[in-house]
Design a protein around this ligand. Structure first.
Ligand code: ZN
Length: 169
């Protein structure tokens, strides 16, 4: 079942999420709902706080649903190492219509539980490293806007406020 994606301004998006303590039926349902929600939105990543669940769980799928084997489910992910720098345009399902250039590591190594509860180590670079880092940020209450220089962030948040007042966001 699809769940509504919360937008910038919702307090849960700025909270540090709690670890998943057991892979219960509820967690499995949440993962399935998040998969449907992510693919319906044609996004490449979704974190549990974006659907109102303050838990350390996120999904990444660079194929946006076209290749099921590409779906990564990361539970309680931990960054083991990060190196290099990439600067690319980035967006977020919780900040629709807004893109900005965000600095991210070029390479990343991450440890997380998968959907079956097996501990996995993932090495990623380029777009995948960017997407994983973006989703892990959500688990720490950080949006991509928070990674911008203050003046740039201010310009964007003012634009959002104006669109909101006009009922267009
Ligand atoms: Zn996001």
């Amino acid at each position: 079942m699809r769940r509504p994606i919360l937008r910038y301004g919702e307090p849960v998006l700025q909270q540090k999420a709690a670890p998943v303590t057991a892979l219960t039926a509820e967690i499995d349902t949440l993962i399935e709902d998040m998969r449907e929600t992510l693919h319906a939105a044609a996004g490449v990543g979704l974190a549990a706080p974006q659907v109102g669940q303050s838990l350390r769980l996120c999904l990444v799928d660079l194929s946006a649903g076209r290749r099921p084997e590409q779906l990564l489910v990361l539970i309680n992910p931990e960054v083991l190492a990060a190196e290099g720098l990439q600067l690319k345009e980035e967006g977020c399902l919780s900040v629709p219509g807004i893109e900005a250039t965000v600095p991210r590591p070029q390479k990343l190594s991450v440890r997380a539980l998968d959907r079956d509860g097996d501990l996995r180590e993932i090495r990623a670079e380029g777009l995948l490293a960017r997407a994983i880092q973006h989703e892990i940020d959500h688990l720490d209450g950080i949006l991509f806007l928070d990674r911008l220089r203050p003046v740039h962030r201010w310009t964007i948040t003012r634009r959002i406020t104006r669109l909101r007042r006009a009922g267009q966001w």
